[in-house]
Every structure is written in structure tokens, then in C-alpha cells.
Design a protein around this ligand. Structure first.
Ligand code: HEC
Length: 149
């Protein structure tokens, strides 16, 4: 009975299709658990930390606790708490206070990596140089110690 055989083979194909569809989402889920953007972020921060160590640690210490330059791990800011403020002060520096004008020294891509690293230091509250400037009350999503949990 050829018609039955062909109906069976159609349903086998259909079953295989359903199983395959069923498998696909779970494959996607486990890829999401792996979260490629998280490992990308880790890579950016590692490169940023490396560049910070070579260019900024001299005045801010390796972990950002501050020395000649301010502590970058607290919620106090001399030049403002936003990403734009950070970008501006790193680019332009504060030459009269000894903070170099980094846009004339480092490549824009390297400065971006450093800025990501400095941003990640906020709120680590590493004991070091006493707070300087104005206190900023962080939003919950701004606080890395909360966001990373
Ligand atoms: C030669 C010393 C020196 C070096 C090197 C240096 N800084 Fe600074 N930095 C300072 C000083 C001093 C200040 C404070 C300026 C002021 O009093 O207005 C400062 C301020 C800052 C601020 C502002 C902090 C705030 O409270 O608003 C940031 C951010 C910063 N530096 C990041 C960096 C980064 C990133 C690098 C490396 C690319 C770097 N600094 C390298 C001396 C330095």
C-alpha cells in the first residue's frame, strides 16, 4: 500500500521537524546562558585595566584608590558623576592641577577602554585618598556592586 507508506514518511518528516524545532529554542537558551556580551564586557574591562595601569596608576593607583589624583572608587566627584563628565575630564584633563590632557596622548579607542574601566570602579569604595568634591547618590542600576549580583 504505497499511499500508507508515503503518509508515514510524511509524518516522520513532520515529527523530525517538530523535534528539531523543539531542540532549537533550548540550544538558543544555553547560548544565552553563556552570555557572549558578558565575556565581551570582561575583555573590555581587562584591556581598560591594563591601559589604566600603564597610564593612570602613577597618580590614581592601580586599583583607583587615589594618590596625587582623586580616589576613583568612591561616589564623590570633582568634575561630575555622569559618563559625559568622565569622558570630558579624561579627554581634556585638568592641566593646571596635574591631570594630563589625554586626548593629545592616547588613541580615542584606548581612552574609551580606560573610561569603561574607570566607570566600573565607581562604588568599589576602596580605602585610599579621602573623598573630594561633591557626593553623588547613585541609582541602583548605576551601582556596580548591586548590578553585578
Ligand atoms: C600626573 C598625575 C595624573 C595622571 C597620570 C592621571 N591623572 Fe587623573 N587626575 C589627576 C589629578 C591631580 C586630578 C584632580 C584634578 C582637580 O583637582 O581638578 C585628576 C582627576 C581625574 C578624574 C576626575 C575625578 C573627579 O573627582 O571628578 C578622573 C576621572 C581621572 N583623573 C581619570 C584619569 C585617567 C583615566 C587617567 C589615565 C588615562 C588619569 N586620570 C591620569 C592626576 C592625574
Amino acid at each position: 500500500m504505497p499511499s500508507v507508506v508515503s503518509r508515514n514518511s510524511i509524518s516522520i518528516v513532520a515529527l523530525a521537524f517538530v523535534l528539531f524545532q523543539g531542540a532549537a529554542p533550548s540550544a538558543r537558551l544555553s547560548a544565552a546562558e553563556d552570555d557572549p556580551s558578558a565575556s565581551y564586557r570582561r575583555m573590555v574591562l581587562m584591556k581598560g585595566a591594563w591601559l589604566f595601569d600603564r597610564n593612570c596608576a602613577f597618580c590614581h593607583e592601580k586599583d583607583g584608590r587615589g594618590a596625587v589624583g582623586p580616589n576613583l572608587t568612591d561616589w564623590y566627584f570633582l568634575h561630575g558623576p555622569t559618563k559625559d563628565d568622565l569622558h570630558r575630564v579624561v579627554q581634556e584633563g585638568v592641566p593646571e592641577k596635574g591631570m594630563p590632557t589625554w586626548k593629545t596622548i592616547l588613541k580615542p579607542t584606548d581612552l574609551r577602554l580606560i573610561e569603561h574601566y574607570v566607570w566600573s570602579l565607581r562604588g568599589k569604595e576602596i580605602k585610599g585618598k579621602a573623598p573630594e568634591g561633591e557626593k553623588h547618590e547613585p541609582e541602583e542600576e548605576e551601582n556596580p556592586s548591586v548590578a553585578s549580583q
